[in-house]
Design a protein around this ligand. Structure first.
Ligand code: ATP
Length: 418
C-alpha cells in the first residue's frame, strides 16, 4: 500500500535520513530477525496526515519493535553505519529496550513483548513475544498500529484506522485502566491534542474502575508505600500533559471523566482548578507543583509522586505559610501591623518565593500582604551598608546586623507613607 511505502514515510518525516528504513530492515534480515516494525505515535500521525494534509507530524523519536534482541541488533547497526552515526544512549536488559541515536535522531528499539500485570497498577511482567502480541499490550486503538518494514504492511488489530477516521479513542480491553491507571491521563492528553472523543465504553471503564478502586494502595495511606513504578509514571504523564499547549482541555477532560480522583478528590471537584494552575504558570511556577498544592493533602501527594527536594520545599513552605497566617487571624491584631512587622513576620517563616505565589493563587484571605511583600517590601534594602557603619566607627559584630535591619525596616515603613 502506497501510504506506508518506506521512501514515502521518509519524505513525510523530514527528520529521517534518506534510505534509513531500508538499512534498518536489512540489518534485521541479516540477523534473521523475523519482523521489524515502526510503531506508536509516528504511525498514528502518518495516518492522520494522510487523511488531513494540514495535520502536522511532530516528530520526537522513531519507535521500532523487533522480534529479536535489541542489543545484538544495535551492535549490528553500528557495524553497518559506524559508531559515529549510531550512538547508544541506553540499553535496558530487564525491559529489553535500547535507546539510540542515528545521525542525531532518537530511535527507541524494543523487543516485541507480552505484558502481564500480576498486581493491578504495578509494573508488568515482560516476556518476549511477537509484534502482534506487542500491539495487544498497548494503550489505545489509535496507538496500537504498526508498519512492518518487510512488506510496508499496516498491522491494525483494533481498527485503529477507523478510529482515526471517526476521531474516537478506545482502550484495547476491559482491564486497561485496572492494569495501568496512567492510561486515563494519556487518554485525556490525546483527546485534547488530537480533538478526538473517548468512546462510551472507555469512559464507563474509567468511571467504574476509579469508583471500584481495585488497587492495593488508597489515598490517605502512607505515601511512601504507594507503588513507585506507577507513581513515577503518573508524575511523568502529568508533567507531559501540563506542559503541552492543550493542557487546559486535557485537564478539563480529566475532571469531566472523574479521572482526577486517582490523584485526589479535592482536585476532581475544584471548579477553579484550571484558572489557579493558569495563574501559577503565568507566575513561572511549575504547573504540577501548583496542581499538587491545590489537593487536599499536598505534602502527601508530593511524596507519592516522588517530587524532588526543591518541589517538596516549595509545597512544604506554602503549607507552613498557610498555617502561620491562619494562626494570625484568630484575632484582629494583624490589621494594625505596619509593613515592617509584616516583613519580619513573613521573612522569619523562611519560605521560598514560589511558596508565597502558591498561597496567593489559593486566594489566601491575607494575600494582599503576601503580594505587598513579594512585589515591594522584600526588595527594599537598608539605605546604608555594613562598611558605612564601620567607617563611622562601629565595631564589627552582630550589632551592625541589627542596625542594618532597623534601618531597612524604617525605610519599609516610610515607603508606604510617602
Ligand atoms: P506522542 O509522542 O505524540 O505522545 P507516542 O504514541 O509516540 O505519541 P509515547 O508516550 O512515546 O507516545 O508512547 C509510544 C507508544 O507506546 C504509544 O503509542 C503506545 O502504543 C505505547 N504506550 C505508551 N505508554 C503506554 C501505556 N501506559 N500503556 C500501554 N501502551 C503505552
Amino acid at each position: 500500500m502506497e501510504l506506508f511505502d518506506k521512501s514515502k514515510i521518509e519524505k513525510e518525516i523530514r527528520e529521517l535520513p534518506n534510505g534509513i528504513l531500508t538499512i534498518l530492515l536489512d540489518t534485521a534480515v541479516s540477523l534473521n530477525i523475523n519482523s521489524i516494525a515502526i510503531v506508536g505515535g509516528v504511525v498514528r500521525d502518518l495516518i492522520t496526515k494522510s487523511k488531513n494534509q494540514d495535520s502536522e507530524i511532530i516528530f520526537n523519536d522513531l519507535d521500532l519493535i523487533i522480534e529479536g534482541e535489541t542489543s545484538i541488533y544495535v551492535k549490528e547497526l553500528q557495524k553497518k553505519l559506524g559508531p559515529e552515526r549510531v550512538k547508544v544512549i541506553r540499553n535496558n536488559t530487564t525491559y529489553k529496550t535500547s535507546e539510540i541515536s542515528i545521525n542525531g535522531i532518537k530511535v527507541d528499539i524494543a523487543t516485541a513483548r507480552e505484558e502481564t500485570y500480576p498486581i493491578p497498577g504495578e509494573n508488568p511482567i515482560v516476556e518476549s513475544s511477537t509484534i502482534q502480541n506487542d500491539l495487544i499490550r498497548r494503550d489505545f486503538n489509535i496507538n496500537a498500529m504498526a508498519i512492518e518494514l518487510k512488506d510496508n504492511k499496516l498491522l491494525d488489530l483494533f481498527s485503529g484506522l477507523d478510529a482515526i477516521y471517526n476521531k474516537k479513542i478506545d482502550f484495547l480491553h476491559e482491564s486497561s485502566v485496572l492494569d495501568d491507571p496512567t492510561r486515563i491521563i494519556r487518554a485525556s492528553r490525546y483527546s485534547a491534542k488530537l480533538g478526538f472523543r473517548l468512546s462510551h465504553q472507555a469512559l464507563r471503564q474509567i468511571k467504574d474502575t476509579v469508583n471500584l478502586w481495585p488497587w492495593n494502595w488508597h489515598i490517605g495511606d502512607n505515601a511512601d508505600l504507594a507503588p513507585s513504578g506507577l507513581s513515577i509514571r503518573l508524575k511523568m504523564e502529568l508533567e507531559l500533559l501540563l506542559k503541552s499547549n492543550y493542557w487546559k482541555n486535557a485537564l478539563k477532560n480529566l475532571q469531566d471523566w472523574g479521572g482526577l480522583n486517582i490523584l485526589d478528590p479535592k482536585l476532581q471537584n475544584d471548579q477553579s482548578l484550571i484558572e489557579k494552575v493558569f495563574i501559577a504558570k503565568k507566575s513561572n511556577i511549575e504547573p504540577l507543583t501548583a496542581l499538587v498544592y491545590e489537593s487536599k493533602y499536598p505534602i502527601s501527594l508530593a511524596q507519592r509522586l516522588h517530587f524532588d527536594k526543591q518541589q517538596k520545599e516549595i509545597i512544604e513552605g506554602a503549607c507552613q505559610l498557610k498555617k502561620y497566617l491562619e494562626n494570625l487571624t484568630v484575632n484582629d491584631l494583624y490589621k494594625k501591623w505596619p509593613p515592617s512587622k509584616w516583613t519580619s513576620f513573613l521573612e522569619e517563616i523562611n519560605a521560598n518565593e514560589s511558596s508565597f505565589i502558591l498561597e496567593i493563587c489559593k486566594e489566601n484571605p491575607l494575600k494582599e500582604y503576601l503580594i505587598s511583600w513579594l512585589t515591594n517590601w522584600k526588595d527594599i534594602e537598608s539605605p546604608i551598608k555594613g562598611d558605612d557603619l564601620i567607617a563611622k566607627g562601629w565595631a564589627p559584630g552582630p550589632e551592625i546586623g541589627l542596625e542594618l535591619k532597623r534601618q531597612r525596616m524604617k525605610l519599609i515603613d516610610e515607603e508606604i507613607i510617602s
